[in-house]
Design a protein around this ligand. Structure first.
Ligand code: ZN
Length: 558
């Protein structure tokens, strides 16, 4: 008995369904269209007939035929199923629906049980609770946000949830466990981390963000759940489930970066706060907020990275026609630390936040010399002006720029037009750049592995070669690093390369990776041989190795 989902996918082709809504055209082996989920002039929305899925390079929206209908029609999962079943002429019995929904409910239940297990672990971890307390999170707050702890062991959660009747397949599907490459072994995704559950609108846990307290460079500070059928990163904002009603009521959103910032902001009574937390902010996130209120205050960390991310968010929101303000914190400060020391100054910073346009103009004026001012005008002020949607607002703003700079409005308009035209000309399709740089080669290699896997081909040889060149650890690290971007990498390979033959390209990529690796080895040996206190024996040994590498490089170059 095939499920409704399978029946629908058997009868309906994703290209047919999508092209009944928007205009699509053939592009290589795939199809492309102007994205229905964000504003764009050139198509960056791609559909694969072979894999029956879609991906947008502009806003990173992706999914299958069911999630397309869900998103496009604004339906829930069940609604999209009904819509598509109708289209496919499939009659669905009540029990079929029930079974499909039940399967999905089991995934939610697995996440709920994981949350409970993490919460229980935290109760036993005095050291971690002390740490959270030192950051301002008391027992009440921990309970409210359902914070937990994943034990620093390999299979605690797996054993626990299997004993509750969940299968490995279900746990893999929600990203709670991982499988060892080429082996029938499984382990917990999150180990030794403080767990922040991420909720959907119905307050169900759909993902986790885990923070480590370890301070070694190889452990990423935050680890997020992979994308699953419950968790689409480009759509979820941390805290939205609580904040949504307050945003509507207060008619503005406060946007912060991290989970700690968010929790502390709510604790201080600013309940209309959401966080982008770990994933890049997208237009989809902002549109979700805009439906509740057109006004937003951005309060990111007061460091270089936070400032840059804040500018990006401000421009994106302005382009959507939102009214954007920016809260200025003291250099080096973030909302969480500020609230912990003095929650009143947090509220003051929000009250005294500047309109983004004012903020950049003030900044331009505070520059040390005219050169810097002009540079800033072109890199920040005019790009903002260009994004203002309302012509009246734009005109008002141009007046202000002219006044501040003591130049004529005509001149400002002329530069703005030039800038917009240039931008128009440089808006190109997404392409792979710097093919020779190592990280890009690694990216292509992993993309090839994922592409071949999606075609159900054996990738053992390619994986082994990659492990041989880069070493096991590095190979596994980059493969898991790019796992989340699977669709991105696969569509990127298909659309932006003229790879005729898989064998040739993988061989070429592997060779170039090896060449890069050998070159860095050569440099290392050359430095060793140059050392003054090196012994004869030592020198001979290194020289031999050096020559072997040189020969291999010559071999590869031919
Ligand atoms: Zn898009």
């Amino acid at each position: 008995m095939t499920s409704i989902v399978e029946q629908i996918k058997e009868r309906l082709d994703i290209v047919d369904v999508i092209s009944s809504y928007i205009k699509v055209e053939k592009a290589g082996i795939n199809w492309k269209a102007k994205c229905p989920f964000h504003n764009e002039k050139t198509p960056s929305f791609f559909i694969s007939q072979t894999r029956q899925n879609f991906f947008c390079f502009g806003c990173h929206e992706k999914g299958d035929v069911i999630s397309f209908v869900e998103k496009y029609e604004g339906l829930d999962f069940k609604g999209a199923l009904e819509n598509l079943a109708n289209r496919a002429g499939i009659e669905i019995k009540k029990q079929d629906y029930k079974r499909t929904i039940e399967n999905r409910d089991r995934l939610f239940e697995a996440m709920e049980q994981a949350t409970i297990s993490f919460e229980n672990n935290l109760k036993k971890e005095t050291r971690i609770r002390k740490y959270l307390e030192s950051r301002g999170l008391d027992a009440k707050t921990i309970k409210e946000w359902r914070l937990g702890y994943a034990n620093d062991e390999w299979r605690t959660l797996l054993t626990n949830l299997e004993s509750k009747g969940f299968t490995k397949k279900e746990l893999l599907n929600v990203g709670l466990i991982k499988k060892v490459l080429n082996e029938e072994k499984y382990y917990d995704t999150f180990r030794g981390r403080i767990m922040f559950p991420i909720f959907d609108n119905a307050n169900r846990v759909i993902a986790f963000s885990g923070r480590t307290l370890k301070k070694d460079a190889n452990t990423p500070k935050y680890l997020n759940s992979p994308e699953t059928s419950l968790f689409y990163k480009s759509e979820v904002l941390y805290g939205f489930n609580i904040a949504k009603n307050y945003i509507r009521k207060l008619d503005y959103t406060v946007l912060v970066e991290g989970q700690m910032d968010l929790i502390m902001s709510h604790k201080s009574g600013v309940h209309n706060t959401v966080a982008s937390s770990g994933t890049a902010l997208t237009e989809i996130h902002l549109k979700k907020l805009q439906r509740l209120s057109n006004r937003i205050i951005i309060a990111f960390d007061a460091d270089k990275a936070g400032e840059k991310a804040g500018e990006g968010a401000a421009l994106m929101a302005t382009a959507l026609g939102m009214e954007v303000k920016i809260a200025i914190l003291k250099e080096g400060e973030d909302p969480a630390s500020l609230i912990h020391t003095d929650s009143e100054s947090w509220k003051k910073a929000l009250r005294e936040s500047y309109f983004y346009g004012e903020h950049v103009l003030n900044k331009a004026n505070s520059m040390e010399n005219e050169n810097l001012t002009m540079k800033y005008i072109f890199s920040n002020v005019l790009p903002f002006a260009a994004k203002i949607k309302s012509e009246i607002e734009k005109e008002k703003y141009i007046k202000k720029i002219a006044l501040k700079l003591r130049v004529s409005e005509d001149n400002v308009w002329r530069d703005l037009t030039k800038l917009v035209n240039n931008e128009g000309n440089t808006e190109k399709e997404y392409t792979i750049k710097n093919e020779n740089n190592v990280s890009n080669l690694e990216r292509i290699a992993v993309g090839l592995i994922l592409l071949e896997e999606s075609n159900h081909k054996d990738t053992t040889k390619l994986r082994t070669e990659l492990q041989k060149i880069l070493g096991n650890d590095r190979a596994n690290e980059i493969i898991s690093k790019y796992e989340d971007e699977k669709d991105f990498l696969i569509f990127e390979l298909e659309n932006y390369n003229d790879f005729q033959n898989f064998n040739n390209i993988s061989k070429e990529v592997i060779q170039r990776l090896e060449l890069n690796f050998l070159k860095s080895e050569t440099r290392k040996f050359a430095i060793e041989m140059d050392k003054k206190n090196i012994s004869e024996v030592e020198y001979k040994k290194i020289e031999k190795e050096f020559n072997r590498i040189q020969n291999r490089i010559r071999e590869l170059k031919n």
